[in-house]
Design a binder for this molecule. Structure first.
Ligand SMILES: [Zn+2]
Length: 191
């Protein structure tokens, strides 16, 4: 899939909204992504999964791991396309860990997959949790990169599409300066 095709799918499904948003990271942005909407159709999720898997065919990936909840659907599709195992990490008392009996073997070759990378925080935490378990994380991927390519997750990383719309600290948000009301998607709070 080209980056244009990926973004077009997001617009068609209503997964890409435009306005003035406060992201989970606390950053402000004129664009909000609700990836769950673009992943509603398994056929579309499968297509994104195959496309990400295509970048890692030569890497002998044994396991795909994703941070819950956002990464689970796409990570599972990437694992299917690679013929790999799929596991996920989740937070326990604020720390990203493997639960549910999931484990990794020493040297197990792992790809970390997320839906969207904004700061790279959840991917970094997932990489750390897997490395702590002895896994060898060989790469990371997301459908969308909204860090303009800047997020450093400590391993080579790819994305199917990179958004140029800036995510900024509230103090340097142009929309705030213009007095535009913002929305926190996923909650009913508006200001
Ligand atoms: Zn703002």
């Amino acid at each position: 899939m080209t980056a244009e095709e990926v973004v077009a799918k997001f617009r068609e499904s209503g997964a890409l909204l435009e306005g003035h948003f406060v992201l989970t990271s606390g950053l402000h942005s004129p664009v909000y992504l609700q990836c769950a909407l673009v992943l509603q159709q398994p056929r579309d999720a499968e297509q994104f999964g195959r496309s990400i898997a295509g970048h890692f065919q030569a890497e002998n990936i044994q396991t795909v791991a994703s941070p819950a909840i956002g990464g689970i659907v796409i990570g599972h599709e990437v694992a299917r396309a690679l013929g790999a195992k799929f596991i996920w990490t989740e937070r326990q008392n604020g720390t990203m860990v493997l639960r549910r009996g999931f484990s990794v073997a020493s040297g197990e070759r792992i790809l970390v997959v997320e839906d969207v990378v904004t700061t790279g925080g959840s991917t970094r935490e997932t990489v750390a949790a897997l490395q702590a378990g002895g896994g060898q994380v060989v790469g990371a991927a997301s459908i969308i990169d909204r860090s303009s390519g800047k997020a450093d997750v400590g391993v080579p990383r790819i994305a199917l599409a990179t958004l140029d719309e800036p995510s900024v600290e509230p103090s340097s948000c142009q929309l705030c300066k213009l007095g535009e009301p913002f929305v926190k998607p996923g909650s009913r709070k508006q200001q």
